[in-house]
Design a protein around this ligand. Structure first.
Ligand code: PLP
Length: 239
């Protein structure tokens, strides 16, 4: 068995090659795209190895797992991203370690995050999660606001103390008109991003693309890709 460090280094190199090739194909400079490694279900020891291998951005989707992991890794030079559906009762914990929250999808969550961030003395970058398959005014099954709810949420973030509207996040839909068409989905997200930046010029992050579709996301214009299994291995179910 190869040791874990060698395995992670090889996987990271292959993902880096994929991102570089996708940037080259799109005529984009490599430094326009930030790799976020999604470490959910994997132990703090892996996070430590990834940091040694040069990773600077990691993401988690469940506070119960993320909080102890982030505490164990608090000595590392990492930016922590929270990418999972977020219940308001978890917010107080999440704001202690998360630097960026990707899953803002309702005004109640904006209010809760703001209160918690102020109490913790922290400033958080927040992305509005867009559910491209959600009907007007509704939320997606895996979280996310319908496209027509984005402007209101961004305005709420802009006026909330302790929070900054930083951009958009999406997961390519499994159902609806974009099912099986990640490139089209990510291009739609870019249009929504253009509208958002007209009102909030600094909200220029576009978080899209995972292990299976990072090329499509880079081609469409994503600034951040969230890659889990291609770096850490296929997860046992859950998460
Ligand atoms: C798990 C997860 C990812 C990473 O998915 P992989 O297919 O393992 O690369 C990205 N984004 C979110 C929101 C996730 O929950």
């Amino acid at each position: 068995m190869t040791d874990r460090r060698t395995q992670l280094a090889g996987n990271l190199a292959r993902v880096e090659e994929r991102i570089a090739a996708a940037c080259a194909a799109a005529g984009r400079p490599r430094d326009e795209v930030t790799l976020i490694v999604v470490t959910k279900t994997y132990p703090a020891s892996d996070v430590r190895l990834l940091a040694e291998l040069g990773v600077r951005h990691v993401a988690e989707n469940r506070d119960q797992d993320a909080a102890p992991k982030a505490a164990e890794c608090s000595d590392l030079p990492l930016t922590w991203h929270f990418v999972g559906q977020l219940q308001t009762n978890k917010v107080r914990s999440v704001v202690r370690y998360a630097d960026v929250v990707h899953s803002v999808d309702r005004t109640r969550l904006v209010t809760a995050l703001s209160t918690a961030a102020v109490n913790a003395g922290r400033e958080l970058d927040c992305l509005v999660q867009v559910a491209l398959d959600a009907e007007s005014g509704e939320r997606g099954e895996r979280g996310g606001a319908a496209p027509d709810g984005v402007a209101e949420l961004a305005d709420a973030l802009a006026s909330a103390e302790g929070l900054r509207p930083a951009g958009l996040m999406t997961v390519a839909p499994l159902a609806g008109p974009f099912a099986g068409r990640p490139r089209a989905a990510f291009e739609r997200l870019m249009e929504i991003s253009t509208d958002l930046r007209a009102a909030h010029p600094a909200a220029n992050m576009v978080s899209a693309g995972m292990s299976a579709d990072l090329e499509e996301a880079v081609a469409a214009g994503a600034t951040h890709v969230r890659v889990g299994s291609a770096v850490l291995g296929v997860r046992p179910r859950l998460g």
